[in-house]
Design a protein around this ligand. Structure first.
Ligand code: ADP
Ligand code: MG
Length: 334
């Protein structure tokens, strides 16, 4: 059974960034206003995320890494959240099957934090011979999740990652996406032992400030705001796009649907199409777009490795947004 679980988990989490995305989303969902990420060897040796969210009850710790249980419990309490975020409940479970997972967490009701270690979906003792029960520990309100030795039990996968630097670049890219999107949340990300930050965004930074921090001033200074909604197609969209005469090296699309970072080749293609008119020499746009669609119209059950998302009336929604972008760009005649 553990072998089956391990294989399934290895398909859900293919690279460190897939684990990171799940952990980021959990921390954001917990109402955090501060997220700190530390990685070693591109997240393969260590991936740690510390938040100041609402924490996890001590009583929930024993079942936390059992597949589906957490979402199922929540499902009965909160139907809208399953609709919004999908019915999954397998991220922590999966991680526990292919890495050493430990959690330290404290709720505001608790006078101390609790520390727990997991393997293969279950609590395990910190040292052989000890009890597996969560132990009281010092800690602030919030949660710190530490993932060590990812793929330790899938040696072929582990060996396939030649350098950690490529994986670290993917981690920075993902943290950068959420750091732009999540106004009101501070982000930091660095390599373990480094004094300099890969990403640092303070809590009160505006969206433009966030883009400036991560993508540079030259991009941030050339952005036009987009805001559009339609009752007919049931969506609202807002974001920032590069102006008509400004271009970046490669198309940069930071796309969020219902506050999840996703990819959509249909949307990407349509946006690139708009700019071919404005950038005849073959430049590329920068686009940050947050799209909110009635959850019932979105296929939200996106697999962490397949971030491509589909939704109803895709063509109509994309066309409405494209019209708005086209109308907002100022063409400077040369
Ligand atoms: P899902 O998010 O689909 O429920 P996960 O395995 O990602 O499944 O997480 C399981 C549960 O653990 C979550 O539903 C949440 O209740 C709790 N949880 C995980 N991470 C955090 C966190 N950083 N802060 C508070 N609760 C958390
Ligand atoms: Mg989750």
């Amino acid at each position: 059974q553990d072998v089956v679980n391990k294989i399934a988990a290895g398909e859900i989490i293919v690279a460190p960034v897939h684990a990171l995305k799940e952990l980021l989303e959990n921390s954001v969902d917990a109402g955090s206003t501060s997220l700190e990420i530390i990685a070693k060897d591109g997240g393969l040796k260590l991936l740690q995320i510390s938040d100041n969210g609402h924490g996890i009850n001590r009583d929930d710790l024993p079942i936390l890494c059992e597949r589906f249980t957490t979402s199922k419990l929540k499902a009965f309490e909160d139907l809208t959240s399953i609709a919004t975020y999908g019915f999954r409940g397998e991220a922590l479970a999966s991680i526990s099957h292919i890495a050493h997972l430990s959690i330290i967490t404290r709720t505001k009701e608790s006078s101390c934090a609790y520390k727990a270690q997991y393997a293969d979906g279950k609590l395990v003792p910190a040292k052989p011979g000890q009890s597996a029960d969560p132990k009281p520990a010092a800690g602030q309100i919030g949660t710190r999740i530490t993932v060590e030795d990812l793929f330790y039990n899938i040696p072929t996968r582990r060996r396939a990652f030649r350098s950690g630097s490529e994986e670290y670049a993917k981690i920075l890219d993902m943290v950068g996406r959420y750091a732009v999107h999540c106004e009101g949340v501070a982000f930091s990300c660095k390599k373990q032992g480094d004094s300099s930050m890969g990403i640092f965004v303070p809590v009160n930074a505006s969206t433009i400030d966030r883009i400036r921090q991560i993508h540079g001033s030259s991009v941030a200074n050339e952005l036009v705001e987009v805001k559009v909604s339609s009752d007919r197609w049931g969506f609202t969209a807002s974001g920032w796009v590069s102006n008509a005469n400004y271009s970046v090296k490669r198309t940069t699309l930071l796309l969020f649907i219902n506050h999840r970072s996703v990819e959509s080749s249909a949307i990407k293609k349509a946006f690139e199409q708009i700019y071919t008119i404005f950038l005849p020499k073959g430049g590329h746009p920068f686009i940050y777009l947050s799209l909110e669609i009635d959850p019932q119209r979105v296929d939200v059950n996106v697999h962490p490795t397949k971030r491509e998302v589909n939704f109803l009336n895709e063509d109509e929604i994309i066309e409405t947004i494209c019209d708005e972008i086209r109308g907002g760009l100022t063409k400077v005649d040369t």
